[in-house]
Ligand binder design. Structure first.
Ligand SMILES: [Zn+2]
Length: 296
């Protein structure tokens, strides 16, 4: 059959990008045709339905953190191939391609920074690196970020965007669910805030571990959030799923997320929330304490 031979004839589909080139773009949610320049100006939000297009980890750093405040850590940690995994391609070859496309060694950036001058430890997943999948190195980087939070008592903020566990690392990838959960648990014991921001899409092993363990879980509008995809669930239970199933709004109605926040307001809301938590590095608390001493 002809269509099986496409690859042999050298017809290659172009590599998927987080935001494709072109003057006009179609909204994935409401199918509206949108002018790219305008989208770019408005944080990549569809002005008809409010759907938030996927953006890169670098863009989130720029949107959420104070300019020039981000200091990356562990940027040289990179995955190995302990299982010598091969499907249609060798795992190391896939990694090399992702690394060239994104300029990252793994599908996550971690580091320290400030949000309206409030110091935090920040981790942000990169979807265009293998679907933001959770492998051993992402797990390790999250644990190290959480450890840094513990050591410095800065709140931890993780922004997730992921298709789930990294299949090419098999069981080692699944073990990261437990590993990251333990690290997040330690923060809870020490009353250090952990805020999780979930974006489109956050599914599989990431939604089954740290992304849904935040003291507060913020979601971007219309994001797909869930463990298995709607089609798999529909086929398994043999029933139609309710309207809007697994989207942020549905999860909010069912108590799985705490707030839905537009990307336009994400930074100011994050800062507002962080100010509610008393912790040693909080500028508000330091200023307040100094003020009280002076008054005495
Ligand atoms: Zn739309």
């Amino acid at each position: 059959m002809a269509w099986f031979k496409k690859s042999e004839r050298g017809l290659k589909t172009p590599a998927k990008r987080a935001v494709p080139d072109g003057l006009w773009m179609r909204c994935e949610f409401c199918q509206e045709i949108l002018y790219r320049k305008e989208l770019e100006r408005d944080f990549w939000i569809c002005d008809r339905c409010g759907f938030h297009f996927r953006i890169s980890s670098a863009e989130y750093v720029r949107i959420l953190l104070d300019e020039g405040s981000f200091s990356e850590i562990d940027e040289d940690l990179e995955p190995l191939d302990p299982l010598r995994f091969k499907d249609s391609k060798r795992y190391p070859d896939r990694l090399k391609k992702y690394q060239e496309q994104t300029g990252l060694k793994e599908a996550i950036r971690t580091g320290t920074g400030t949000v309206e001058r409030i110091p935090i430890v920040f981790a942000v997943l990169e979807f265009s690196f293998g679907g933001g999948s959770l492998g051993s190195v992402m797990g390790e980087k999250i644990v190290r970020a959480a450890d840094l939070s513990l050591a410095t008592r800065r709140p931890l903020v993780i922004l997730s965007c992921s298709g789930g566990a990294r299949m090419q690392e098999g069981i080692l990838s699944l073990m990261q669910l437990a590993k990251t959960s333990v690290a997040i648990g330690k923060l809870a014991e020490q009353a250090i805030p952990f805020l999780s921001i979930v974006t489109h899409p956050t599914t599989g092993g990431v939604s089954a571990s740290f992304a849904m363990q935040g003291d507060l879980i913020l979601a971007e509008p219309r994001a797909l959030i869930g463990f298995a995809g709607p089609r798999v669930i529909q086929q398994t239970i043999g029933q139609d799923l309710p309207e809007g199933f697994q989207r942020s709004e549905f999860l909010l109605d069912h108590g799985m997320v705490d707030l839905i926040v537009s990307r336009r307001d994400l930074k100011s809301l994050l800062a507002r929330v962080l100010r509610y938590f008393p912790y040693p590095e909080s500028p508000r608390r330091e200023e307040g304490a100094a003020g009280e001493t002076e008054r005495r």
